[in-house]
Structures are given as structure tokens and as C-alpha cells.
Design a protein around this ligand. Sequence first.
Ligand code: PRX
Length: 645
Amino acid sequence: MGSIDTVLFELRTFEPSRTFAAEAHIGNRLEYDTIWRQAQADPVTFWEESARNITWFSRWKRPLIWKEPYAQWFEGGTTNAAYNCLDRHLKEGLGNKTAIIWEGEDGSSQNLSYQALFEKVCQLSNVLEVKFGLKPGDTAAIYMPLVPEAIIAMLACARIGVVHSVIFGGFSGPAIRDRVQDAECKVILTADVGYRRGQEIELLKTIDSVMPEMPTVQNVLVLKRKTDTVLKEKHSDWNLLVDQEAKTHFPKPFDSEHPLFLLYTSGTTGKPKGIIHSTGGYLVGVSTTAKWIFDLKTTDVFWCTADIGWITGHSYVVYGLLSHGATIVLYEGAPFHPHPGRFWEIVDKHKVSILYTAPTAIRAFMRAGDEHPRKYQLSTLRLLGSVGEPINPEAWMWYHTEIGRGRCPIVDTWWQTETGCILISPIPGVTTTRPGSATKPFPGILADVVNEEGKSCSPNEGGYLVIKHPWPSMLRGIYKNPERYKEAYWTKFPGMYFTGDSAHRDDRGYFWIKGRVDDVINVSGHRLGTMEVESALVSHPAVAEAAVVGRPDPIKGQALVAFVTPRGDETKVSVKELVRELKEHVSREIGAIARPDEIKLTRTLPKTRSGKIMRRLLKDLAEGKEPTGDTTTLENQALIELIED
Ligand code: PRX
């Protein structure tokens, strides 16, 4: 009872190549198996060992204090995230090493050394402390395009103990306002514009459209990329202020548990959750996994294509990579602009050795045709990664053959905004991979698949993915909402962290993650709460009620389908016009990523007698299937009546 059907079976296997294993940090399977077994038996000792990956100002007293559902890791230890990403590399003589290779959509590029990055971070830290009076524990929002200043902003906040909340540059005014006000941000760091698909994205205008509704914001620091941008009240010119500041700054020690950042993510209710991450434990998690899973070497050029607005950008563009003194690529632009080979051109141009991207992008490249990557050498690549959603075996094989040229291991990495770092993934020098499986938990991660009663499932039996022991980079709560934190993650299965994902394990113990079991949809690797989109729809005056469901989509993973009942009997405008207007409305309220792919206007929504919308039924309809399953509890047996022109 309550178990979930298992449909995906994939039997192809790929052994790590001998040459890769010979040079890998972790290349000996027997040794690794021993480490893994010990870590599963004693996760705390494993993580204490791993804590050596970062520099501490003072050592912790106790490695873990666990009072469910709250963990404290490395209690009493102090550190500084920016120090770990900058100063310590300068001390080791890496000042001239390239930290960031930035590539613009128009083909221009810029390299920033660790020394230059350090100086810019120090200058901005001084601005934030001295000019804006920010103190440790204050919050600041970062709403920026993918330019080096976005990373400089994050590190400057981290350096002075200010909690940053990065808001994805594609979010609209109301979405920014909700996040900024929930976090009570005092400062917003932004740019006048970003560039994508040859267009200007008006970031500052978007902020200005909701400025009157953000009373907590005292200052907006604007990176002017256009000379004619006019700054208004509360705006300050980034370059002007920064240039006046000293290029040094003393990094204060912060408690291991000091919050490093908030990141808002979708959940099952309309309001996004402000996920809280710590400093010490988070850094230990991301730097350890970056080293082991990506087999990171000093010579690597690492390109993670995620935006810094998502957790992947936080952990594997910024903190996990810079804490190792790695060279990272940052591309501000769209994958297919100005031509379908743009990504591969960048790989060759900057000699990328590790590429970390999302299945939705891989599927889009597949569809665009093999001729595009085939025009490029791609000979510098040695490892490929995938993240954000399940990768279907076809896309895995294409990635392996066309991009990895059969030579590069693939790490399919499962994790979440809440987990902070990767929790399930192959270790490329030792794990035999199976296309579509994230394989095994990282050492020290006690992942399991359980049934409705919380009992471990048998091999190949589907169930819920849970984690049974705290780990250092786990979330520390939901900002200002402890009840929701308990309810969302710790109530369904007492004593276990509930991921919200369904999965099964095969007879080798490999995990196959299928997707969400709650009202969260994964569109192009982005988590969207159906409730969030529904709230946006019903905020339109013409809408009485709305229900949003996901429909499988060959490229995006899932597409958003909205069922909407308009107010009154007659719509004033044509159905087509109203649908267009509602799609625009959602884009305005949340951002283009939440724009429904399809809106169906209906006279009623199918409900149970207790008034619950029957989503299962809507899902069937969205997929064009005859509704299956039990409909006896349906209040209105007429199902739904579509309104058409
Ligand atoms: O459903 C899982 C899916 O993405 C969700 C987490 O989304 P988010 O917090 O936005 O973080 C995305 C980047 C880490 C998970 O609950 N997911 C993520 N990675 C995978 C995945 N599903 C299957 N396989 C993966 N490798």
C-alpha cells in the first residue's frame, strides 16, 4: 500500500575508464568502498575529517548538536566564507590564477584573477559596511545578471556577515517585492540591465516598479552598464562608490552557524520559502562534494551553466569552486544565441574541462541536431555533470557520445536547494554508472527509500526518498517560519528528512529518482509551486478559480497547464485574448519561467465533495488522456466543460 510504481529500468552500465581512475582524487574502488562503509556507520567522523577542506579561524568544540529538526554543525568553530574563497588562495600564491572567465553573449570576454577578485570584494565590503552601515545578520538582496559583480556581491556580503538573498534575474517586480520584504532586506545590489538573446533585460526598472512597496530597502547599488542610465533617489552608482574604497578589508570570524544566505524556493503553498543556509557546515558540504564528485584539480576550467539565482549557482559556481581556488566560466547569455553551437564554441574557446548542466538543456541540444557540437573539438572536456531533474537514458547517452565523445564520465547529481550540496551522485573514478541513475549516496549521507509507513522499500519497489541522518550543509530552517519547516520536511516521517521526491533503488542499491510527489513542478529544471502560479492567476480580476498541473514535455521536463474558471458567465473578451492576457499576467507577477504553456478555460473545476480540486483528473486531461481512477468522490459528475471561442 502506498508504494509508487517503478517504471524505469535501464540495464546499460559504464565502468570508469582506467586512465580517468589513475589520475582521480578517488580512483581506487576498494579504498573508496571502505571509506564509504565507515562514513555510513559514522557520518559525524567522516564530516569532521572533511571539515579540513576549509580554513577555520578557531576549531569547533562539538561536531554536531542534533535536536530534531535543528542541527548545529561544528559548534563553536569560526570561519569566514569569503576568506575561504579568496584570502587563503592569495596566501598560497594563487593571486595570479584566473578565478573567473566571463563570457558575454556578443563574444566579448574578461578574465579576473584571484588577486583582482579579492580587491573588488574588499572594496565592496567596505562600501556595504561604511557607506551603507550594514552589520552582521542584516540581509541584502542581489538581483543581477551573470556578471562577475554578482559573485563579488555575494562574497562581499559573506565577508561582512551580511546574509545575502540572491533573486534570479528573470523574476518580475512582485516576485522581487515578496522576497525582499519577507527577508527585510536593507540593500539591493543590482545592475541597470542584463543582456540575453541580444536584448536588454531592464533589471533596475523592474526593481523601481515595486520600490514604493519595499519600505525596508534603504539603498540600491546599481552597476551601470549603460552610460545614459539615470539614477534616482536611493540609487547609488556601484563603480563610483567602490572606486573610493581601499582594496583591503579585514575578514571577521563568524560562528559556524552564522547564516550565510537565504534562497527562496517553491513549495506546496503559494508563498516561496526562504531556505536558510549556515556558514561552516555549508562550506564543508559544498567544498568536499566539489572535490570528490567533480574530481576537481588545480588545472581544471569548470563551467556550471546554472544562474547564481539558483542553489546550483551558489554551491557549484561560487562557494564550492572558489573555495578550491578553481577557475570558473561565467556566461551571460542564452544557449542558442546567436547560433546553436554557442555552448560548444565556449567550451573550446575557454578550454573547459568540466561541464555541469541540466537535462533540459541537453535535450534541447539533442533536438537542435548533432551537427552543431560536431563542428567543435571538445577535446578539453574530461568530465560531465547533470543536475536539476531526472536525466532520461536517451539524453544521458547523447551527452556521453556527442559531448563526452565516449571519453568523459557523467555524474548525475541529485540534490535540492534545501540540501545545500549534492547528496546522491557517482564518484567518477570509482562508480560504475547506469544512464538515468544518480547511483549512490555520497559518503556520510544516509539516504533511503521508504513506503507510506516509513519502512525501507525492497529493491525495485518505489517509495519516498528520505535522509536519515543530518549532514553539514542541510538547511537550518525556513526564514521566519519554523512551523512550515517542521511541516514540510520533518512531519511525514518522524526522524527522517523528507525530500518530497519519489524514487526506487535497484538490486545494486542504485537510486533512481523519479520526481516530486507534491504540488511542485519541475519546468526546465526550475522548481515551481503549482500554488504559486495559481495565486498569480487568481489575482487577475477576470479569474474566479485556477488549478495548475504539470504535463510531461520532451524538452522542458514538464510543461505548465492551467485550468481557469473565469468570473461571471460570459468573458468580456474572446477566449484567445483572455488566455493571452492571463499568460502575460503570470509573467508579470512571477516571471517568464512561470508562464503557463497552456491555459484551458472551464466553467467549473472538478472537485471532491469536501471541496478539494481533483488534480489527478486534471493531469489526465492535460495529457489528453481519458481520466482514469476513482471519480466517485467527484461532486460534479459532468467533469469539466471547456469554454472555447
Ligand atoms: O525533484 C528533484 C529534482 O530537483 C529538485 C530540487 O530542485 P531545486 O531545489 O530547485 O534544486 C535543483 C538543483 C539541485 C529535487 O527535489 N532534481 C535535482 N537533481 C536531480 C533531480 N531529480 C532527479 N535527478 C537529479 N539529478
